[in-house]
Design a protein around this ligand. Structure first.
Ligand code: NAD
Ligand code: UGA
Length: 478
């Protein structure tokens, strides 16, 4: 029987759950959307009066929250109650790489997904469609189904019934709202036609019919992992070529343009950078590695594992290069880091290349002044596993006797550049492309370096102002 969806519950109010449900609520005003999470602090931030305090920064998200919150979009910790009244439940919880036990370091940790399935099994009433929104290894739907089926057997409620669908999310952070409003495709995997129809009906409110793809549930789960693996592999390929460009005098931007003009290759995702970050690329490839090994496909596993290894090498290559250019030592030297988020337009730092690069430089004894327009000081502290140094220490940051690495979060780039030996751009925030290099050059200690790992700085202006310049994948000596 086709279910008319009046009430949705999304478990997990994170980078996927929050924006995805906001866009559903906006496009389906007749549906009540409840987003629930165990993290009370996160829910409080979703409900904060000041829209600048939302837990996730995404361009355009604040406007939708303003429009829909407390009308048909609600954020709460009332998990039990909202599961019970839901016709459709999205599971949108985190699925990080396992840190211990079987598959540690590769397989996804499904404990949160399993817990969700158990909560759904316990509190659901009547017929409920359960949608996997989290990125999951192939065959996870089977685990969810088994837990839900067991509840059906145990219950006295004759109406209790579950259908499970896979509906992976393809949004990118920083452009989440745009991606959700105008997706390349929406993928729905499953075998129950009525359940598929119900989910299809929701998306068809704003997504054209030809963009909604239907597959079997395993293809849907695998397509999500494969999509991320292909994207990551592409970035890794161009980063590998960037190193070769630097060694040979070629320019990776020119190489990208030349190969990207081939319609079979295409021009997107060919920007060389400090190495891919983000919560998913590494985790999803490692998941693919685990699955391949599990099925005895060791060569397939080795192929994909190579991408993660090369990306890691590439990140460390950048920190080593900074040290080498600064006469082989950065001990006690002041380095201004521009950008800590894993990409622009997000406050997310998960797996950001900045973490490895900053840690390497701290290890070498550098004094880092870190700027990022959206990442908070306490997040950097967590990522670097090192406390920010005191104000007192900041005043003596140019002290040659300092040998232990330390870091400070800064707001004013010009002020922070005073006495700096180097500036390293790690995130492509637009404001960094508008820096006044004449002013910064006057502030810096000579000879000083500018390292542009994102290719966003005006090379001629920097060189004109007597600064040494290095840019990713650029073999020219400036
Ligand atoms: P996240 O860590 O930002 O959010 C997950 C939320 O789930 C957390 O707030 C956590 O408290 C909550 N949670 C965990 N267990 C819970 C439970 N039992 N009950 C209630 N709440 C619970 O994660 P995310 O970035 O939103 O990613 C979620 C999933 O989506 C992952 O599988 C990820 O791979 C996938 N994904 C992420 C992105 C992205 O851009 N971040 C894009 C596509 C897919
Ligand atoms: C990625 C995918 O693009 C999404 O489709 C997917 O839904 C999501 O992962 C997920 O499953 O989590 P996201 O990680 O948010 O999205 O951001 P991307 O734009 O893919 O960037 C990932 C990393 O690659 C960033 O560090 C970015 O700076 C880097 N990148 C991207 C490059 O270095 N060069 C490029 O040309 C593109």
């Amino acid at each position: 029987m086709i279910k008319n969806i009046k009430n949705i519950c999304c478990i997990g109010a994170g980078y996927v759950g929050g924006p995805t449900m906001a866009v559903i609520a906006k496009n389906c005003p007749e549906i009540i959307v409840n987003v629930v999470d165990v993290n009370k602090e996160r829910i409080n931030l979703w409900n904060s009066q000041c829209l600048d305090d939302l837990p996730i920064y995404e361009p355009g998200l604040d406007q939708i929250i303003k429009e829909c919150r407390n009308k048909n979009l609600f954020f709460s910790t009332n998990i039990e109650e909202n599961i019970a009244i839901a016709d459709m439940i999205f599971i949108s919880v985190n699925t990080p790489t396992k840190t211990h036990g079987v598959g540690a370091g590769q397989a996804s940790d499904l404990k949160w997904v399993e817990l969700c399935a158990r909560q759904v099994a316990k509190y659901s009433l009547g017929h409920t469609i359960v949608v996997e929104k989290s990125t999951l290894p192939v065959k996870t739907a089977e685990v969810i189904k088994k837990i839900l089926d067991a509840a059906q057997i145990d219950t006295e409620d004759k109406e209790l019934k579950f259908d499970v669908l896979s509906n992976p999310e393809f949004l990118s952070e920083g452009t989440a709202i745009k991606d959700l409003e105008n997706p390349d495709r929406v993928l729905i995997g499953g075998d129950n036609q009525d359940a598929i129809f119900s989910l299809n009906k929701i998306y068809s409110k704003w997504v054209s019919k030809n963009k909604i793809l239907h597959t079997n549930i395993w293809s849907s789960e695998l397509a999500k992992l494969t999509s991320n693996a292909f994207l990551a592999q592409r970035i890794c390929s161009i980063n590998a070529i960037s190193a070769l460009c630097e060694a040979t005098g070629a320019d990776v931007r020119e190489v990208s343009r030349a190969i990207g003009s081939d319609t079979r290759i295409g021009s997107k995702f060919l920007d060389s950078g400090p190495g891919f970050g983000g919560s998913c690329f590494k985790k999803d490839i490692l998941n693919l590695v685990y699955l391949s090994n599990y099925f005895g496909l060791n060569e397939v596993a080795n192929f994909w594992e190579g991408i993660v290894k090369l990306n890691n090498w590439h990140q460390h290559r950048i920190s080593q290069l900074v040290v080498k250019k600064l006469f082989g030592t950065v001990t006690g030297k002041k380095i201004l880091i521009l950008g800590f988020a894993f990409k622009a337009n997000t406050n997310d730092t998960r797996e950001s290349a900045a973490i490895n690069i900053c840690n390497d430089l701290l290890e070498e004894g550098a004094i880092l002044f870190i700027h990022d327009p959206k990442v908070e000081q306490k997040q950097i502290e967590k990522d670097l596993e090192k406390k920010e140094s005191s104000e007192m220490s900041k005043k003596s940051s140019q002290d040659e006797k300092k040998t232990n690495g330390e870091w400070f979060k800064v707001k004013d780039i010009a002020l922070a550049s005073k006495g700096a030996d180097a500036i390293v751009v790690l995130t492509e925030w637009e404001e960094y492309s508008k820096i006044n290099w004449e002013e910064l050059s006057k502030n810096m200690r000579k000879p000083s370096w500018v390292f542009d790992a994102r290719s966003i700085l005006p090379q001629s202006e920097i060189v004109k102002n007597n600064l040494n310049f290095w840019r990713i994948g650029d073999g020219t000596e400036y």
